[in-house]
Design a protein around this ligand. Sequence first.
Ligand SMILES: Cc1cc2nc3c(=O)[nH]c(=O)nc-3n(C[C@H](O)[C@H](O)[C@H](O)COP(=O)(O)OP(=O)(O)OC[C@H]3O[C@@H](n4cnc5c(N)ncnc54)[C@H](O)[C@@H]3O)c2cc1C
Length: 463
Amino acid sequence: MQDKIKKEIINELLPNEYSTEQSVIKNYCIDWRGDFEGTSDIILFPSSVAKISRIVKICNKKKIPIVPQGGNTSLVGGSVPRKNKGEIILNLSKLNRIRKINLIDYTITLESGCILENVKKELEYSKMVFPLSMGSKGSCQIGGNIATNAGGVNVIKYGSLRSNILGLEIITYDGEVVSELNDIKKNNTGLDLKQLFIGSEGILGIITAATMKIFNQPKERNVLWIALKDFKQTLNLFSFITKTFNDQITSFEIMNKKSISIIKEIEIKFDVKNYEFFCLVEISNFQGIDNFYEYIVDRLKKINYSEIDMIISKSESENQKIWNIRESIPIEEKKHGYIIKHDISIPLEKMEEFIINTENQIKKYDNKAEVINFGHLGDNNLHYNVMIKDPNKVQQKKTEIRINEIIFNNVRKCKGSISAEHGIGQLRKKDLLKFRGGNEIKKMKLIKNAFDPNNIFNPGKIF
Ligand SMILES: Cc1cc2nc3c(=O)[nH]c(=O)nc-3n(C[C@H](O)[C@H](O)[C@H](O)COP(=O)(O)OP(=O)(O)OC[C@H]3O[C@@H](n4cnc5c(N)ncnc54)[C@H](O)[C@@H]3O)c2cc1C
């Protein structure tokens, strides 16, 4: 980037709101998994909407590409610059005020740089719940969550993030601030522009703030940790639990044997090798039921305990211990060499067929490969990751191509999705073209052009 333009941008900011030091910048150029690493001459940390607006205006005039970045926990290489493309990083972490908590309409208005975990803690003081939770909550930011339409572990209860967003404030290519931060749940006045920005992965503009729904905190929650012999039994359990506990269920997670066996320190009483699947089910007491533990035990009596092993937590610290197992899988997995990762969704009625056929075909191609399969069963979502150990196949492009082919063919057969919650970013660009029709892609590109005629927002992502 020319020094003159750099100066013009820097002039809008205080000294602590940017860096041109490579020792600082390089930390923001690599993604969480370490799979995508780019370069940049400058990183910006603007602290106000007005500053971002002026910077976007300059960038649009001079055609400088901008990579919007939140907590940089994207798992598809969406939040880092590419190599040598002159892209600047616009990190939102300093735009981090909670503007308003409205306890009458049950809404919160907050800026994009707020860290998810901080928002959740802040709402606890008002005995309220933010309807999103996931393993990256200590780093990811609300703007990033909205730009990826993040899923997480509570979709079964609160629905997707999209269904909880009432209004957005965005900055478009010309630097204009488009603000519709409403506390209202019904609003049929013309086109609903916010829907385009939810899940847009930074390619349409900068999200600076949002108004979102919040919910009453449950009085308590208990977690069931259940060990199962096969997927049929898992599905029967899912069906029984959803009928029995209905909207008291706040999470329903599944983990296969391999995903549990990679965890080093684990305080669970079952012998992992005797089971194929484990489920974590969180049941929450929204109604203020007395003796909630006994209430759960009583309702579970219909299950045949001789076939199923189950622990029911009795305290918040026991809840946390069980949740730690689930949350440590992506972190432990990172330590295990060459893993080909997928974030897919499959209708429940086809999931057993998918699991059996896909694993058989993978084993036929490479009998040393192992499948780490875990995810949000309650919303059809599997993180289906294949660990390659054969030295002749490790780190080989052709291995990845073949494994992807097997998985995607089975996803297609089962009418599932190749990206359930992580998005497209750089990782799934080519696959998107195979899974969404040509006419659909054309229309998506028309929208991109209308909102970003100079292609300054996160170029090279999604398309
Ligand atoms: C351990 C772990 C667990 C995870 N679990 C889940 C899970 O359960 N469910 C799930 O959905 N995801 C999960 N993820 C993925 C990731 O955390 C989410 O995609 C998250 O929403 C990204 O937020 P972020 O602030 O880190 O965004 P970033 O990674 O910084 O950015 C993500 C995308 O959004 C764009 N963007 C960021 N901020 C803005 C903004 N203000 N305006 C416009 N565009 C913007 C970026 O350009 C990029 O394309 C997990 C990741 C990790 C590392």
